[in-house]
Design a protein around this ligand. Structure first.
Ligand code: EPZ
Length: 423
């Protein structure tokens, strides 16, 4: 296995180009199951997770080819409807094939994803939604075996919690159902808007984009189309926080600042200057490293502060001049990065879903050997290592490679001293 080595203490300068969003690419790639023909997806990041879902699509009978960041996926050859445990256990987002398979074949057998480091992450809302659409879901042997007696039937679906992939799964299934489906308390993340745009370009009839009420008029069939993946707001936010934490001055290019409303406000509250452009953020934090203000954060569904940027912001708060209260309301165990940050000298106390971070008033953390536990926790350790004095070795970086394209190249381009080596 590889580890990431960082010589910390260097402010980040220059420009970093943001890739397409992992959490848009995964549902949009799953949506190619809905129609035969060659789907063209532009700005697709090359990540462990996008490579995993391509293997899954192949196992279902689809073919694909990649040319740079453009993927051409041919949905014609779909013939199987089973997603194996081997594939699903490495990436829970594999459950996103359930909706399209049920819509196109009326049958899907997908391994239950099981828990992950950040929580149990059940899919009960997905299954409830499918049952509302007339699907019979049987759970046995760690698999969900879903069968629809005929064409899916449109219906009302209400989510107790605005589940992101739950909304995406039901949305995709409803496009080919008979009649109208209304999803209430739908998630409103920008990635869902990206999926809606793709589905409509394929011939779907969907109203309510950007709201928590989606109305889908089922159609007889869909056709392949060309789409573009939106910029990765979580990657952009991660680099913005890294520039702030190292007291640097850099441009986060090819992003969509309108997808990061809460982060921009939080960085400004922390005393960081943020210039917002059409497709860039300019983070000016030189000489600010010792004046970062403590800021409280509560994670919420979009447009609230994203849970996927909680660990990264905590790394910034370890250097603040006060106490920051961080409340993680989405997942029950998303503080795996805390123990590792503490090994670097961070003063953090956890009480359930609340973490209290006592900043070191600009006194840098000290580099250490730390271990990545999940995707966003590992990016938090990268930020801490960049800001810390001395060397930080981060092991198990396959977690990081799931969601950050060319992180060594991008960080080096910002002036960081970082490399990979065998553990
Ligand atoms: C998506 O996961 C993202 N993944 C996650 O990003 C992100 O953290 C999460 O949304 C929240 O924004 C993708 O889009 C591929 P949820 P998802 O269903 O859809 C509970 C990353 O780092 N819940 O919105 O799985 C669940 O346990 C990843 O890129 C149920 O109880 O999240 C959680 O507490 C990590 N039953 C809450 O709802 C269900 O059926 C929100 O989960 C579904 C969810």
């Amino acid at each position: 296995m590889k580890k990431l080595v960082i010589e910390g203490g260097k402010p980040l300068h220059g420009t970093v180009k943001i890739s397409g969003a992992k959490n848009a690419a995964l549902p949009l790639m799953a949506a190619t199951l809905l129609a035969p023909g060659v789907h063209i997806l532009n700005n697709v990041p090359d990540l462990r997770d996008t490579r995993t879902i391509l293997r899954l699509l192949e196992s279902l009978g689809l073919t694909w080819e990649r040319e740079g960041s453009t993927l051409r996926i041919d949905g014609t050859g779909l013939k199987y409807s089973e997603a194996s445990y081997e594939l699903v256990k490495t990436m829970r987002a594999s459950v996103l094939v359930l909706g399209p398979l049920l819509a196109r074949l009326g049958r899907a057998k997908v391994s239950l994803p099981g828990g992950c480091a950040i929580g149990a992450r059940p899919i009960n809302f997905h299954l409830m939604g499918f049952e509302q659409l007339g699907v019979q879901c049987d759970l046995e042997g760690g698999y969900v075996d879903a069968i629809s007696p005929g064409r899916l039937q449109g219906n009302n679906v209400y989510f107790d919690i605005p589940s992101v992939t739950g909304t995406e799964n039901i949305l995709m299934a409803a496009t080919l159902a008979e009649g109208t489906t209304i999803i209430k308390n739908a998630a409103k993340e920008p990635e869902i808007g990206n999926l809606i745009d793709m589905l409509c370009s394929m011939g779907a009839n969907i109203e309510g984009k950007g709201s928590d009420r989606l109305e889908i008029q089922g159609v007889e069939k869909l056709t392949a189309a060309e789409s573009r993946i939106i910029p990765d707001r979580i990657e952009a936010g991660t680099y913005a926080i890294a520039v702030a934490a190292t007291g640097g001055d850099a441009i986060i290019q090819n992003c969509d600042p309108s997808h990061l409303p809460s982060l921009v406000d939080k960085l400004r509250l922390a005393g960081v200057e943020v210039e917002v452009g059409e497709d860039f953020l300019h983070i000016l934090a030189e000489e600010k490293k010792t004046q970062i203000k403590a800021v409280d954060v509560t994670t919420l569904p979009y447009p609230g502060y994203p849970t996927d940027l909680q660990a990264q912001f905590m790394a910034l708060m370890t250097g603040s001049n006060g106490v920051s209260v961080i409340h993680e309301t989405i997942f029950e165990n998303r503080f795996m990065h805390v123990a590792e940050l503490q090994r670097m000298g961070a003063d953090i106390k956890i009480d359930g879903r609340i973490a209290m971070v006592k900043g070191r008033s600009g006194l840098p953390l000290t580099g250490a050997q730390v271990m990545a536990t999940d995707l966003r926790a590992s990016s938090s350790l990268v930020i801490a290592g960049l800001a810390a004095s001395g060397r930080t070795d981060i092991s198990r970086i396959y977690h990081l490679e799931r969601g950050y394209e060319d992180i060594v190249g991008k960080l080096s381009g910002l002036g960081a001293t970082v490399w990979k080596e065998d553990e």
